[in-house]
Design a protein around this ligand. Structure first.
Ligand SMILES: Cc1cc2nc3c(=O)[nH]c(=O)nc-3n(C[C@H](O)[C@H](O)[C@H](O)COP(=O)(O)OP(=O)(O)OC[C@H]3O[C@@H](n4cnc5c(N)ncnc54)[C@H](O)[C@@H]3O)c2cc1C
Length: 409
């Protein structure tokens, strides 16, 4: 089997975690190959929100001026429509960052920008259309991966393999690392709707009559998610597409006309929502980050930003040992110690939000609703809660700074 020259690092997965890590390692002179199984980044419904914490990192890397013109929409304060009344939601105005807003950008544009910029570093090698199929172990240590592409099968050997291959991680299965699942009572139905011309796009979440919609603005259309009880898609389908269109129009009146043009069930994609975590993120020669270590729910839209913060912490802690060939499992443990508390706190908060909306028993006939006591708390502590929620969504529990330096070239 063909084999690549030995590298310092092999990253499996070209999502937000993998591409950001590849960029940072190569920028510091660490030879890195990033393997991405798809031939492009063009996949819809992968999450399009770039939060102030990530915008700050892009500024630290001098990439902000390239990034900002790509955003379809920037939101300084998210709004929520509850039973037809528009309420102010999380606000970012008070954050101590350069950009006090969430930028909405198609994820493929973001990943294309980062990978194009990373290609300027000679140490960066991105292989699209290349799928890692298993980990190679020698004397109990992971020393690389086997992969396949159109050119056939080959091996990549590296001092460190980083599995950033998402919540269905192949490397996790191949190395028999078990995830602990947190029960999740929701799934999401995703579809595109035309954007009404007079719409300002500021209201992101719509709750009414037992239903919840999230509308993510793009330049010409909305990506819409209907949050549903897990396993209830067949029931929804059995009511027919007209009933579905009608529900959308009732919950989100500005999209009533657009909803009436929704073609049919083929244009509605079911995305299952999961929350899980690995108890140990590493073994000798192997590290898991991003959704591969802790799959996030879409609640709060924070998964991409957490994955990127994992990548930053990984580079901060591992560039030195990788460059000096002194990497040990203690360094990998340090990455987990740094990132796990923030990931787990975020997941616990997401699980609480699920329970709040659907109750803990998720009975099939339980509607999605905001309970009276939550409404009372929001009414009493509105301004403070908007700041706290803005801090959590905007920055996360453990924002990272870039501590690595560019290589002397
Ligand atoms: C329905 C839904 C909506 C969401 N919306 C948002 C949102 O709006 N904002 C937000 O911040 N987060 C959102 N999230 C969460 C977010 O998508 C994830 O937390 C985030 O994408 C994790 O990034 P990652 O790089 O770890 O993994 P991923 O984004 O999953 O990337 C993994 C990459 O690895 C590749 N890959 C997989 N296996 C292999 C292999 N064997 N070999 C090579 N490549 C491989 C995949 O093709 C993929 O490109 C949402 C999640 C769900 C389920």
């Amino acid at each position: 089997m063909a084999s690549e020259p030995h590298l310092k690092c092999c990253v499996v997965g070209g999502g937000p975690a993998g591409i950001f890590l590849g960029y940072l390692l190569a920028r510091s002179g660490v030879s890195v190959i990033v393997l991405e199984k798809h031939t492009d980044f063009l996949r819809d419904f992968r999450g399009d929100t770039i939060h102030p914490s990530t915008l700050q990192l892009l500024d630290e890397l001098d990439l902000l001026d390239d990034f900002l013109p790509m955003t379809d929409f920037q939101s300084k304060q998210l709004k929520v429509s509850l039973d037809g009344k528009t309420l102010d939601g999380p606000s970012f105005a008070h954050l101590r960052t350069k950009c006090k807003f969430v930028g909405f950008v198609p994820q493929w544009d973001f990943l294309n920008l980062l990978s194009d910029k990373a290609r300027q570093f000679p140490e960066f090698d991105l292989r699209m259309g290349t799928e890692a199929t298993e980990a190679i172990r020698e004397h109990g240590k992971v020393v690389g991966v086997r992969c396949k592409s159109e050119q056939g099968e080959h091996e990549v050997h590296a001092d460190l393999v980083v599995a950033a291959d998402g919540r269905g991680s192949t490397i996790r299965d191949a190395t028999q690392h078990q995830v602990v699942e947190t029960g999740v009572p929701i799934d999401a139905l995703w579809f595109r709707l035309d954007k009404p011309e007079d719409d300002d796009g500021h209201t992101l979440a719509w709750l009414k009559a037992g239903h919840m919609l999230v509308t993510i603005p793009r330049r010409t259309h909305y990506q819409v998610a209907m949050v549903i009880r897990k396993g209830s898609f067949d029931l929804i389908k059995s009511d027919g597409i007209d009933a579905f269109r009608k529900t959308i129009g009732e919950v989100c009146p500005p999209l009533r006309d657009a909803a009436s043009k929704l073609a049919g069930w083929d244009s509605v994609k079911l995305l299952t929502v999961q929350i899980n975590h690995l108890t140990q993120w590493y073994e000798d020669g192997l590290l898991f980050i991003g959704d591969a270590a802790h799959a996030m729910s879409p609640m709060g839209g924070v998964g991409i930003n957490l994955a990127i913060q994992d990548a930053v912490a990984t580079a901060n802690l591992l560039v030195g040992p990788l460059l000096s060939s002194t990497l040990t499992t203690d360094h990998l443990r340090a990455v987990q110690s740094r990132r796990e508390p923030a990931a787990r706190r975020t997941q616990r908060l997401q699980a609480r939000m699920h329970a709040m909306l659907l109750g803990s028993n998720a009975a099939p006939d339980r509607a999605i609703a905001v309970p009276w006591y939550t409404r009372a708390i929001v009414w009493l502590f509105g301004p403070l809660l908007r700041r706290i929620a803005g801090q959590w969504i905007g920055m996360g529990f453990q924002p990272e700074r870039i501590e690595t330096k560019p290589a002397d070239r």
